[in-house]
Design a protein around this ligand. Structure first.
Ligand SMILES: NC(=O)c1ccc[n+]([C@@H]2O[C@H](COP(=O)([O-])OP(=O)(O)OC[C@H]3O[C@@H](n4cnc5c(N)ncnc54)[C@H](OP(=O)(O)O)[C@@H]3O)[C@@H](O)[C@H]2O)c1
Length: 273
């Protein structure tokens, strides 16, 4: 399998993936194609990254071994349906980053069977710190799986799930996840400001603390509870904060929020598919 990759849709997610692939350098920018109805946006991608702009989606498909679907969920059906013949003739790997649309909906709209990988990316992909959950249908082979992991790893890390319904959990965990952490950091900043710290100081310390905590987890195999215990002295300040979280049943609040996002992901799949 060669590595010609076409992006149907040249918006935020496509731009971050294209940027990641080009900066990694393994794939020549001349192997990349985009079709995007907003001509200015398409030419700006071409100028910034040196990729090819297709005149239409059919031209893009005939030049791609991997076609990345990067349009909004609401328009995917109307984008795919007129392209069924081109997809059948070319048989590319279809990589869909479109939230909430199942592989079987894509096959239904294309009226055939295809190798499809669903990718649930997240916005930190824009700064090379993305976390992608991946699901492959049974028609995807090992080379295609490896190519998709490689594509996602140019903008962060990726992890495979074995069942398509697990994509709803991935959506709740990492897809919607950045907002959860941002909210927590915002809460800490506001509390520090209320106690008299300047906004700049509160933000700088809160953001670095969040990044440092994440690094502590990823830098070793130490269990999370041990890392927490290591910074909690008996009757110290951290212990008081943790007791306050426990009284407010913070873990229940987190579990409820996760479940609400997972449920909405399932509903969206029904509404859009
Ligand atoms: N951004 C994220 O963090 C994120 C996270 C997880 C999943 N996703 C998924 O990624 C997908 C893309 O999101 P995004 O944020 O990149 O959206 P976006 O910025 O709106 O990009 C979508 C692009 O598709 C273009 N488009 C519309 N019709 C088209 C057609 N017929 N052929 C080719 N391109 C067409 C749109 O052009 P016009 O603007 O001219 O209509 C737009 O530029 C969505 O399905 C979303 O669910 C995104």
């Amino acid at each position: 399998m060669t590595n010609r990759i076409g992006f149907i849709g040249g918006g935020n997610m496509a731009a971050s993936l294209i940027g990641g692939i080009v900066s990694q350098g393994d794939i020549d920018a001349k192997q990349l194609w985009v079709f995007e109805p907003n001509v200015e946006k398409a030419h700006s991608l071409a100028q910034q990254f040196g990729i090819n702009v297709a005149k239409h989606n059919a031209e893009l498909i005939s030049n791609s071994d991997i076609v990345v679907m990067a349009v909004k969920p609401q328009v995917l059906q109307q984008v795919l349906t007129p392209l069924a013949l081109e997809f059948k003739a070319q048989q590319p790997l279809i990589v869909s980053v479109v939230a909430g649309i199942t592989a079987s909906s894509i096959e239904k709209w294309l009226d055939g069977h295809f190798a499809i990988v669903r990718v649930m990316p997240n916005t930190p992909a824009l700064v090379g710190m993305g976390a992608c959950g991946l699901y492959a249908n049974e028609r995807v082979n090992k080379l295609q799986r490896d190519a998709t992991s490689k594509l996602c790893n140019t903008v962060g890390i990726s992890a495979w799930v074995t069942s398509e319904k697990d994509i709803d959990s991935v959506t709740a965990l990492s897809g919607s996840g950045p907002a959860n952490f941002l909210l927590f950091i915002q809460g800490l900043i506001e509390a520090a400001e209320a106690a008299g710290l300047s906004s700049d100081t509160a933000k700088a310390l809160a953001v670095q603390t969040a990044a440092g905590a994440a690094k502590l987890i990823s830098a070793s195999d130490t269990p999370l509870q041990t890392l927490i215990d290591n910074v909690t002295s008996p009757n110290g300040t951290t212990e008081k904060a943790l007791q306050s979280f426990e009284q407010a049943k913070l873990k229940n609040v987190i579990a409820d929020a996760f479940e609400a996002a997972r449920t909405r992901s399932k509903e969206l799949a029904k509404e859009l598919g």
